[in-house]
Design a protein around this ligand. Structure first.
Ligand SMILES: NC(=O)c1ccc[n+]([C@@H]2O[C@H](COP(=O)([O-])OP(=O)(O)OC[C@H]3O[C@@H](n4cnc5c(N)ncnc54)[C@H](O)[C@@H]3O)[C@@H](O)[C@H]2O)c1
Length: 224
């Protein structure tokens, strides 16, 4: 992600990254009828340590009540407010290939505050193809118009690497201020534009590193 380790609002980026996890856990707790929860419960549901849960929530001004814990509904509203989920954000998805289509078909974004309002592609053969109910592939030539007319502020970029910077430039010029980038390239964007890079391959490489570390003592023991 671009920018410093603290957001403009003053929350540390690591906290911001965990808030959606707490929100998801609180939504599940509320669905099962829980009115209150402890930091331990949130820790268990999210995989975050209890100490970090308490620290993160204290940044929001929530300290919980001794012996009772946190009020689930109140905390849910507070986190939703902090991460801007009290309104719906319009998203354009650029690049309707294998990955783009799979993302566009995922029904879970809307319930978490983001709505894909357009899917665009540069390949004329794909135009008009239905991706999901209510979304057909539109022309990348119309990107500027789509961003402006549909009040899009967030883009998902799923084009090949070679096209990504050009697409990002166009998105920013049209008014997009946040980009979720799947193309394996470091985008250059002006100040005020946030980029989150998703690199599943790098995540796998990190796991491979840990696998290697797990297996090497055994190998040493066998050879030694
Ligand atoms: N983050 C990860 O780990 C991860 C995993 C898979 C794929 N990827 C990346 O995601 C991107 C998409 O992968 P894919 O398998 O879906 O590729 P794909 O070739 O199936 O799809 C890419 C789509 O982008 C379209 N496109 C090309 N130039 C464009 C432009 N200028 N404007 C709009 N659309 C344009 C193409 O017509 C095509 O439909 C690639 O950059 C790939 O490397 C990343």
């Amino acid at each position: 992600m671009t920018g410093a380790s603290t957001t403009d609002r003053g929350l540390p980026n690591a906290t911001v990254a965990r808030l959606p996890l707490y929100l998801r856990a609180l939504t599940q707790l509320r669905a099962t009828g829980s009115a209150t929860c402890s930091s331990d419960q949130l820790a268990e549901a999210t995989g975050v340590s209890s100490a970090n849960v308490r620290k993160d929530l204290s940044h929001l001004g929530s300290h919980g009540t001794r012996g009772v814990g946190y009020d689930v509904a109140h905390l849910q509203a507070e986190i939703a407010q902090a991460i801007g989920q009290t309104q719906e954000w319009n998203v354009v998805l650029v690049g309707a290939g294998h990955l783009g289509k799979a993302l566009a078909a995922y029904p879970g974004f809307a319930s978490r505050g983001s709505r894909i309002v357009a899917v665009v592609d540069a390949d004329p053969k794909r135009l008009g193809e239905q991706v999901v109910d209510g979304l057909v592939i539109e022309s990348a030539d119309d990107l500027d118009e789509i961003v402006r007319d549909r009040a899009v502020s967030i883009a998902i970029l799923a084009t090949p690497t070679h096209a990504a910077q050009d697409v990002a430039d166009r998105l920013v010029a049209a008014g997009v201020t946040s980009i979720l980038n799947f193309a394996p390239v470091a985008l250059r964007v002006p100040d005020g534009v946030d980029v989150r890079q998703v690199d599943v391959a790098a995540e796998l490489q990190i796991l491979a590193y840990h696998e290697q570390r797990k297996s090497s003592p055994r190998e040493e023991a066998v050879s030694g």
